[in-house]
Design a protein. Structure first.
Length: 120
């Protein structure tokens, strides 16, 4: 089963939701100081072999964070980012995506679905 690293901008309720689904979820703050650089966060995700869950659009830059170099990034892109919509989008994603194929992917999670980008 995949493991998640929740960026500091992810509400604790999202972490709880994933934990209740049986996932191993850790918050960035459990490892490093709040406000750490994106490069530090992605290094942590790689070291821990965790899929990074974030609202931060900078992690969608495939030149800085090529998909083949990490265990996966899920960028939540919902407007407005209301908890109810986030949990619903995550639940739909978890039900319809083969999580065994998360490594080396960039997932853009939206209210009405998701897009996946893999390494070439």
């Amino acid at each position: 089963m995949i493991k998640f690293l929740a960026d500091e901008n992810i509400p604790p309720a999202v972490n709880n939701f994933l934990t209740e689904k049986g996932f191993d979820v850790k918050a960035v703050q459990e490892f490093i100081a709040s406000g750490s650089a994106d490069s530090t966060v992605i290094k942590l995700a790689k070291k821990e072999e965790r899929v990074l869950l974030t609202f931060d659009r900078h992690f969608t830059n495939i030149l800085l964070y090529p998909p083949h170099t990490h265990s996966g990034i899920i960028r939540i892109r919902l407007h407005p980012p209301q908890l109810e919509f986030i949990l619903q989008a995550l639940d739909n994603f978890l039900k319809s995506f083969d999580l065994a194929k998360t490594k080396g992917t960039l997932v853009i999670l939206e209210r009405d679905g998701f897009r996946v980008r893999r390494s070439a």
